[in-house]
Design a protein around this ligand. Sequence first.
Ligand SMILES: [Zn+2]
Length: 512
Amino acid sequence: MTDITLFPQPARLERSGETFSLPPDARIIAHDRALGEILANYLRPATGFALPVDAANNGETNAIILEAATAGDSPEAYSLVAGGTTLRLRAADRRGFLHAFQTVRQLLPRQILSREVVTGVDWTMPGVAIDDEPAFGWRGMHLDVGRHFFPLDFIKKFIDLLAFYKLNTFHWHLTEDQGWRIEIKKYPLLTEIGGYRAETVIGHNSDEYDGQPYGGFYTQGEIREAVAYAAERGITIVPEIEMPGHAVAALAAYPHLGCRGEGYQVRTKWGIAEDIFCAGKDEVFDFLEDVLDETLGLFPSEYIHIGGDEAPKARWEQCLACQARIQAEGLADEHELQSWFIRRIENWLNAGGRRLVGWDEILEGGLAPNATVMSWRGSEGGIAAANAGHDVVMTPNTYCYLDYYQSLDRDSEPLAIPSDLPLQQVWDYVVIPPQIDKEKRHHILGGQGNIWTEYMPNSDHVEYMMFPRAIAIADVLWHHPQERDYAALVERLRAHLPSLDALGVNYRALDS
Ligand SMILES: [Zn+2]
């Protein structure tokens, strides 16, 4: 019997001698027929077996049995016992079963991942008893579709890959200086104008441009399709609508929303723009509430990400409306104006039953009372926010930014943001820094990897930057190992990476 390699590694796994083989006449016995069908659909393409799903248990031989368990601490918990003529999966919640299905897919020979029938395979898995649950409730992956746009087909593949690694949150970064990607019915110019840029800078903001118009956006129908596709797989999509910064594409479409009121074009180079939404004009908030209103209608997520990062204050300092707002609200300066802006949006979101999450710059000028902080500039923002009693998602750039180079030998890698994040450093990702007080640690909801796509012009490139580093992040977030044995991780990945070949994923090979 070969060693069992699972990503993420289960919380508890015991071996037993007896293997479980899936015969063509096996049945799925499920208290919930729809769940049974999901498993049958995972197993059908490669095996060719049309496994019937029975609600009644008429004998447990040659059966995969789904049983409802009593609820425990985590709604994502499940157990799996394989051996002899049965494979038994137990969970209290649909989410637990969905994780169990992914474990089944990883325990069977990897040909099970094929979309076409594979003949001559003995569909046998090792005898095991697994009792599993995640260490953190927020296990995410972010994707920037503003700098480069990726079609719905890839979004679905991305979601499938998140599910395979038991990640449960897809943070979809939908608006940027270089492109607005979500259709908003009330403001059609956001995508008609804001969805396209005239050309794109070459390399690291050289002064040369490619001369190629570029753009695209998701219709509301496509977004609904993605949200439903993710939900079927146990994944919540958290949309991000950036404000007050990273808003130039919106300003190009509706210039009156900026302090200067004119002269905006969808950005063609990377970096931080000085032009941001005006905080003085009431129509900016009318606009943002309209946009968020349509966004909330598309995304059932409790959390709505409003960005909040990298908002220079140069325009606000010069703007009569912004200065009048500072006066009227009794604010000390533009940093407090940023805080006032975020609080106003938070009030609106909270009134609609949603929660605000933003990048750690939302700490600037005082944090909105119920806000959740996504700590990206290292861990300091997250430490401060958690110790002050706020919820935090830990996504420090020093461990979680998958747009950084994967090798210190940058010349051997495709162009990337000029920072380094080899796999070994990702593996050292500590989700709860020791500077967080013991009684505040529950404020750390979890973490995620972030994929900014300035230098990723296509989905193959996204996959290359994502894998295998995203697997290490998923592993850390699921079982949060106290000891990090890098050599052991590499050994496990060597055994596992052929699964990515089977899934048609373009990943970076391990260093030999
Ligand atoms: Zn202004």
